[in-house]
Ligand binder design. Sequence first.
Ligand code: PLP
Ligand code: COI
Length: 339
Amino acid sequence: MNTIDWKNLPFGYFKTDYNVRCYYKDGKWSDLDVTDNEYIQMHMAATCLHYGQEAFEGLKAFTGKDGSIRIFRLEENAKRLINSSIGLLMPQVPVELFKKAVLKAVELNKRFVPPYGEGASLYVRPLLIGTGAEVGVKPAKEYTFIVFVGPVGPYFKEGFKPVRMQIVRDFDRAAPLGTGYIKVGGNYAASLRAGERAHQEGFAAAIFLDAREKKYIDEAGPANFFGIKNNTYITPDSHSILPSITNMSLRALAEEIGMKVEQRHVPVEELSEFEETGACGTAAVISPISQIVDRDNGKVYNYCKDGKPGPMSVKLYNKLKAIQEGSEPDKFGWITIIK
Ligand code: PLP
Ligand code: COI
C-alpha cells in the first residue's frame, strides 16, 4: 500500500479495502455481506433513484492515545437512521444490525484508521436505499443497507480555523413540515445551489433561515449553528434542522464546564449580540465562524476579531476531541472501543 499522507487528507471519498452490505427482502434483513466492490448493481426503477428513498449517516472512528480504535456515538447514529427510515417509509435497520455492520466495516479497514495525533479520522458512511422497482409513487419492497468508510481530514479546509458564512434568503433547505429533521438526500439536493453559490462568493457555507418567516437561524450548511454569549451556549430549536449528535454532545460538555445551555429560536438580529459563533457536526466538528454576511441586505456580523477561535469554542473543541481520542475519560459512555 502506498503510504497515506494523513496530515493532508481532504474530506472526500477514499477507496478502502471492503464495504459491508445487507439486503431487505420479503420483510426481513439478510446476513451481512462483505465485498470489495465499490459499485451497486440495481434496478433502473429503484425508488432511491426516482423518489428519493435514501437516508444516510455519518460518524467517525479515531485512534486513541492508547492505540485502540474508538467509535463516537455509534448508538445515536443508529437511532437517527431509524428516525430517517420512519420518515421515508423505509424498513428500520435494527440498532444491533447497524452496530454490527459499522464495527465490521471499521475492523476490516483498520489500516485506514488514521494514527493518533495526525488530526484525521475514519469517516463512516452508512447508507439505506430503496432498491425495489416501482414506477408509481410508493415505497419500495426491497432495500439495501451499506456501510463504507474512508480516512478524512477536516470538512472545511481551514480545519479548526474561523470561516466566513453567508445567510441566504432566496433558497430554503427544508420546509417547516418537510424532511429537514432527518438525514435524507433530498435535503442536500435542495441545499446544493445555495451552497455552491456561497463557495463561489468566498464563503465556507450557506446559512439557511426558517422557511416560514425568515426570522430565525436554521441550519449552517451541513452542520448545526451555535452562538455563545454571557457564558451561554445557544443553538436553534427547529423541526427543519438535523438533530446533530455533535451538537447534543457539545450541549452536555457546555453544561459540564459550567455554561448555561439554551435550545430555542435564534433571531437573526441576535447575531450582533454573540461573542462567538460556530457550526458543528461530525464532519465539521466545530468550525468557528469569523464573519456572517446577510447576502440580501448586506448586514455583516464579525467574530474572532484577532483571527482566532473564541475561548469557549476552543474549550469545547478540546474537550470533545479529548473524549473522542481517549485523552479524557469517557464519562458519558459515548465511545465504542474496538479491541
Ligand atoms: N446538519 C446537517 C444538515 C448535517 O448534514 C449534519 C451532519 O451530519 C449535521 C447537521 C451535524 O450532525 P452530526 O453532528 O450528527 O454529524
Ligand atoms: C456529517 O457531518 O457527517 C455530514 O454528513 C455532513 C456532510 C458531509 C453531509
